[in-house]
Design a protein around this ligand. Structure first.
Ligand SMILES: [Zn+2]
Length: 348
């Protein structure tokens, strides 16, 4: 099920080599031509769709090639609370204003906000841009700390909610079309880069809006957490378009005069994570090819009993003493965390 070398590719009867793709496919991340197709007809998010998965030998990035992204898939994802992953954002929108320290609250809920909470702990009055702010609760939580912040997103619906709940510091616009005379101390994009058709261009657009000593903080699913031979252990395409490792970011940063640091998650134990359980699940599923998430009628491809069972298991493994103990044991198994936090800044 897993292909790494050309030899494997040629000997695998189910694989159809696409010579054209081999010749013309450039890495989306580092533009290297050393790109291999590692999986043909990988299942897509919606039943009946499939994608070719490519891997760059130079920067390790895996990616799918998509000319035009159809964002309507997000209307399905956000509107169904049984779909894993995204519905919780609506809960944050409703709850965050009742929290004393909103940023600390969401940082404990989600590992992707931890680097921002950490970074801002000793900072005051920064100019901050959040790209892909969705419903705006992270932008709000930074605003609540007294920073001068703007949130942008391509979703009109999300920005309408954000403005209604939090105030007028949001805009419906894509980063590449964002017009401003301002430069920022901090640009953040959590769990965004893996959704984009042109991740490398996105980093350049961020860098152009940065003050000389500014920082870009990004988070994404960490490819280094998984076995080196794994194929696409991230949300199914076209919801996710790239799967990146530290090496991918180092190549991307290097080509743009940026340097990168990676966030240390050793001491982080979020309310919704049990590091040992995640690690064992990752090992158990490392060779499994997933099922599409929604069927052709855009309904979730999961039985009620499976959804219920998942809830029960989560309640048990997220129980505080259990998750702290498990996370401690996990330190002996891996140094990686399934979220990758990246801090980019200009080279001196
Ligand atoms: Zn590459």
């Amino acid at each position: 099920m897993i292909y790494r070398s050309m030899t494997n590719l040629h000997h695998e009867p189910n694989m159809t080599m696409n010579k054209e793709a081999e010749v013309f496919m450039k890495c989306l991340i580092c533009e290297s031509r050393n790109v291999l197709k590692v999986y043909s007809h990988f299942p897509g998010y919606i039943e009946g769709t499939d994608f070719e998965i490519y891997e760059c030998e130079k920067c390790d990035a895996q990616f799918v090639s998509i000319e035009h992204l159809d964002y309507s898939i997000y209307d399905i994802i956000y509107s169904d609370e049984t779909i894993p992953g995204y519905y919780r954002y609506i809960d944050y929108l409703k709850e965050i204003k009742h929290k004393k320290n909103p940023l600390r609250y969401i940082s404990r809920e989600e590992s992707s906000y931890y680097p921002i909470d950490n970074y801002l702990a000793d900072k005051r009055n920064l100019d901050v841009l959040e790209v892909g702010c969705g419903y705006g609760y992270l932008t709000y939580s930074i605003h609540a700390l007294g920073h001068n912040v703007v949130g942008i997103d391509i979703s009109e619906k999300a920005i309408f909610s954000a403005k209604k709940h939090f105030g007028d510091y949001f805009q419906v616009v894509e980063l590449k079309d964002y017009k401003t005379d301002r430069k920022y101390d901090l640009i953040i994009a959590t769990e965004l880069i893996e959704h984009l058709a042109n991740p490398s261009g996105f980093i350049s657009d961020c860098a152009n809006l940065l003050k000389v000593d500014g920082k870009i903080i990004l988070t994404t699913r960490n490819k280094d957490y998984y076995d080196r031979k794994s194929v696409w252990k991230t949300d199914l395409p076209p919801v996710h378009t790239v799967w990146l490792s530290k090496n991918s970011f180092m190549h991307m940063a290097d080509g743009k005069g940026l340097k990168c640091k990676f966030v240390d998650y050793t001491d982080y134990v979020g309310k919704k994570e049990n590091k040992l359980a995640s690690y064992l699940y990752m090992k158990w599923t490392s060779n499994k090819i997933p099922k599409p998430i929604v069927d052709k009628e855009n309904k979730v491809n999961r039985g009620k009993s499976e959804i219920y069972l998942r809830k029960v298991i989560k309640t048990v493994i997220y129980f505080a003493p259990i998750r702290y103990l498990c996370s401690y044991i996990n330190r002996f198994l891996t140094k990686e965390h399934d979220t990758l936090g990246v801090i980019l800044s200009r080279k001196e």
